[in-house]
Design a binder for this molecule. Structure first.
Ligand SMILES: [Zn+2]
Length: 540
């Protein structure tokens, strides 16, 4: 048979010859090369933090194609491109296991806000929400030229909504089978597991037995379960128990996502939640958590401010309940409680609007501002009235300041906590989103490693790289060693920091000097390059 084989002649020139080979005979041309082929990329003079948690060491890193070819104290062979790390940190690219990329990734496939904080992989489908079916979404992503790698979970809430809508009832056996089938299709399409969002409608209407039945399907395909828990406030301990039970009875690794303690009266409960996770691990349940480094959360305004029973059946039914004076009063009473004790942190000033689809000028205002705009004193009761008015106007994303720094740091210190942003691909200047989309990873490195020494640099990098990779069973990323895919972040440990604030979130992180995805430089320290080497990642 005829094959084209490249051979090296006289150690200098390369020619392509057509030679006749026996079938079954393969030649590894590299084996016969007399002179080294130039590397595609060499990063010189770096301090390697390899992602495993081991202490840094000095070395050069050589890349050929999309793969790390060699790591050695000094690599002097020629290279098509050289990056001088100049003593800075060279680490694996960061892997974000909780990400809402799907809305904007097609509009901004360079995902600048993530690349520019060193993130090279985003995992979509968190909080029980994913495209259903999943395969067409992944195919569309395949066809999109992008800077960053993207994978996904299949979302239990979306699966339930596709079969039952948003009603609060148990499924029939036939409906349960249908849900199993959708989860199975998602896993076959390459999902890394199943996410739940038991806080949200319709996830909130799901009995745990039903979740466990679907988790078993994800388990058969080697997936994990990751949960935005039913209750992160007064019921947080029971919710952690429930998350553990899903892993234990579903037969798969389970994860508390964006682990937080909501509401001043619950502050300190992370002592207990971490004990629950540790006890589960001791008896052999693989339970972990992830976290973003901020004391404010962000999600759909309606989901956080309106009781779940009032959302049943969809928006039209919710609006009818708000029109009825008796049910409005009941809803308002619960919203008062939410402001006083849960996501409002005791004051309507703690609840902000990130953006609203009915009025761009609402972005950045808090509930006290909205109450005043409507001619009301900014009391908690009037804050609840303003919240119901907002929900009646349309959809908003909210930002809620109701967590404590002590819980945040305690959760971060725990070795079974990884870092994840829970953010979006952001269009520069649009709305007033939670700053985590721009700052999460750089903030951990700047504030919690350098300024406060809450965790070491090597531990922080492990929480951003090898730990999430191992969790997802992504075997070829998350550690710097030969043979791994060349997703690499170079940063200055003395300068890296988040710039995005709650007031001015649209600011890129600083101190990141090179980001490499699948062997290609996508950010050179000043600007995004034209390279679009990102891939869709599917569970192996
Ligand atoms: Zn969430």
């Amino acid at each position: 048979m005829m094959r084209k084989v490249a051979v090296v002649l006289a150690g200098l020139s390369v020619a392509t010859l057509t030679v006749r080979l026996k079938p079954d005979t393969t030649y590894n041309t590299a084996t016969y090369a007399q002179a080294p082929q130039p590397y595609d990329l060499v990063i010189r003079n770096g301090r390697i933090v390899d992602g495993t948690g081991s202490p840094w060491y000095r070395a050069d890193v050589a890349v050929r194609g999309d793969t790390i070819a060699r790591i050695a104290p000094s690599i002097s062979e020629p290279a098509t491109r050289v990056v001088d790390a100049n003593g800075q940190i060279v680490s694996p690219g960061f892997i974000d296991v909780h990400n809402h990329a799907r809305e904007n990734i097609f509009e901004l496939p360079s995902a600048d806000n993530y690349i520019r904080q060193g993130v090279t992989t985003l995992i979509e489908g968190p909080d029980g929400g994913s495209p259903v079916p999943l395969a067409p979404f992944l195919d569309k992503l395949d066809a999109t030229q992008k800077s960053i790698n993207v994978g996904s979970f299949i979302g239990q809430g979306s699966v339930r909504e596709a079969v039952l809508g948003t009603v609060n009832r148990r499924p029939t056996p036939a409906e349960l089978d249908k849900m199993r089938g959708i989860v199975e299709d998602g896993m076959k399409a390459g999902a890394y597991g199943m996410s739940t969002g038991l806080f949200y409608v319709p996830g909130a209407f799901t009995p745990i037995e039903e979740v466990i039945e679907l988790a078993k399907v994800a388990a058969r395909y080697g997936g994990i379960h990751i949960s935005h828990m039913r209750d992160e406030a007064f019921g947080v301990l029971d919710s952690v128990r429930e998350t553990i039970r899903i892993g234990e009875e579903g037969g798969l690794p389970t994860q508390v996502t964006h682990h937080k303690i909501v509401g001043p009266r619950n502050y300190g409960k992370s002592v207990e939640t971490l004990k629950l996770l540790e006890a589960a691990r001791l008896r052999g349940v693989d339970a972990t958590s992830d976290q973003y480094p901020y004391t404010a959360s962000s999600n759909a305004f309606v989901a956080s401010m309106i009781p779940q029973w009032a959302q049943e059946g969809g928006r039209a039914q919710m609006l009818a309940r708000l029109k009825n004076p008796a049910t409005r009063k009941e809803i308002g009473g619960e919203t008062v409680r939410i402001i006083r004790e849960e996501r409002g942190g005791g004051d309507p000033k703690n609840v902000f609007l990130a953006h609203c689809d009915f009025d761009a000028s609402m972005a950045g205002k808090n509930l006290a501002d909205v109450a005043r705009l409507r001619g009301l004193e900014p009391t908690i009761e009037n804050g609840a009235e303003a919240a119901m008015w907002i929900v009646e106007q349309g959809n908003c994303q909210g930002v809620f300041h109701a967590m404590s720094e002590a819980d945040l740091e305690r959760v971060m210190r725990h070795p079974a906590t990884m870092i994840a942003s829970d953010g979006w691909v952001q269009i520069l200047g649009r709305g007033v989103p939670h700053p985590r989309s721009y700052g999460t990873f750089a903030r951990v490195l700047g504030i919690y490693v350098r300024e406060r020494s809450v965790i070491t640099l090597e531990e922080a990098i492990r929480k951003m790289t090898s730990f999430p990779a191992q969790r997802l069973r992504v075997g070829d990323r998350g550690v710097l060693k030969p043979g791994m895919k060349a997703d690499i972040t170079v940063f200055d440990p003395a300068r890296v920091r988040d710039m995005a604030t709650f007031e001015k979130p649209h600011q890129y992180a600083e101190g990141i000097s090179s980001v490499i995805v699948n062997g290609q430089v996508v950010f050179d320290g000043k600007a995004m390059t034209a390279a679009r080497p990102g891939r869709v990642l599917r569970r192996q």
